[in-house]
Design a protein around this ligand. Structure first.
Ligand code: ZN
Ligand code: FE
Length: 255
């Protein structure tokens, strides 16, 4: 049985994700921007929180961890490499480590770039990946700590996941990301179709930060840095995919 998921808007534009494994009853939350909306969703579902999974050290992803842990007694999982700047961890994780959630087991993927200790959680049976501020819906995180090469490596690692994996990112930056994507990749019909669909979803109040990897590959400009036509359009023919990625990331920084 696949994991049940609830997407929880938090703060101004963050998302937390609640995951429930029905056989064992184990329930995890991915990131805790704020504990209140998560406690509300736990009350609404009747699920008992057992695990808190942390993607990276920024306050808008961990701010509610101490209180949520106190209220629920859940175990905290996060990157060992960042233990010095995360809330106290019950499970310090290295890349490739398993994260068991009842009948299903997730895997830790190292995705540095936005921050150095950023990790993603992949649940292959349920076709879910929680990428927070690494790969994002129609975008990728700003490079606060890492290099373009580190982020490009992280993105290519994520691109190796099955195409039907649902990528769950940490924010709704859909409007700004759509405007940027259109500016650098103006003749992409898949991108135009996605932007139109996003506008309909937004009107219905649907969450903006979940899409399949296949759709990201077709529309997310940062995953398209290897496309010849895109390089040509930016005068980068003959340059490496990494150079093209760095070019796009630089454009986004000042967009
Ligand atoms: Zn962040
Ligand atoms: Fe963030």
């Amino acid at each position: 049985m696949p994991l049940e998921m609830r997407v929880i808007p938090c703060l101004r534009d963050n998302y937390a994700y609640l995951l429930h494994e029905p056989q064992s009853g184990r329930t995890a939350v991915v990131d805790v921007p704020d504990q209140a909306p998560i406690l509300d969703m736990l009350a609404a579902t009747g699920w008992r929180l057992s695990d808190i999974l942390i993607t990276h050290h920024h306050d808008d992803h961990i701010g509610g961890v101490p209180r949520l842990r106190e209220d629920t007694g859940a175990q905290v999982w996060g990157a060992a490499a960042d233990a010095h700047r995360l809330p106290p961890l019950d499970h310090a994780l290295a890349p490739g480590d398993p994260v068991p959630l009842g009948a299903e087991t997730g895997t830790v993927i190292d995705v540095p770039g936005h921050t150095i200790g950023h990790i993603a959680f992949h649940f292959p049976d349920s076709r879910l990946a929680f990428t927070a501020d690494s790969l994002m819906a129609l975008g990728c995180g700003r490079l606060f700590e890492g290099t373009p090469a580190q982020m490009w490596d992280s993105l290519t690692r994520l691109m190796d996941l099955p195409d039907d994996t649902r990528i769950c990112s940490g924010h709704d930056y859909s409007k700004a990301n759509a405007a940027f994507a259109r500016s650098v990749d103006p003749d992409n019909p898949d991108l135009e179709a996605r932007i139109a669909q996003m506008a309909r979803d937004r009107d219905e109040g649907a969450p903006m930060a979940v899409a399949t990897l296949a759709l990201e590959k077709a529309t997310n400009p940062f995953l398209r840095a290897g496309q010849g036509y895109l390089k040509a359009g930016h005068g980068k023919s003959g340059e490496t995919d990494l150079a093209m990625f760095a070019h796009l990331r630089g454009l986004k920084d000042t967009f």
